[in-house]
Unconditional design. Structure first.
Length: 89
């Protein structure tokens, strides 16, 4: 939607900009990073959505005035059936 991102999907790095689409098959390890000079926005679609919306709400609620720690991210993800693997981009 806005900005530029590097998205790694299954070990392949993609550089995306507004209007681009990246598809992450279910169960595929992936990561993304804002690589632009401004704040950016992504739009996601999860099918089936399962518990993913609740996980992102929990991330938001945990943030408060500062980003949550890696340990908090991992704990929240596990509570919603997700597992964080590897290091961030």
């Amino acid at each position: 939607m806005e900005g530029q991102f590097d998205i790694e999907i299954g070990g392949t790095l993609h550089h995306v900009k507004p209007g681009d689409v990246a598809f992450v098959p279910r169960g595929t390890i992936h990561a993304f990073k804002n690589v632009g000079q401004t704040q950016s926005r992504l739009r996601y679609a999860f099918t089936p959505a399962a518990d993913i919306e609740a996980m992102f709400r929990a991330f938001y609620n945990a943030a408060g005035d500062a980003p949550p720690s890696q340990e908090m991210f991992e704990r929240i993800a596990l509570a919603h059936g997700q597992k964080l693997v590897g290091s961030p981009l």
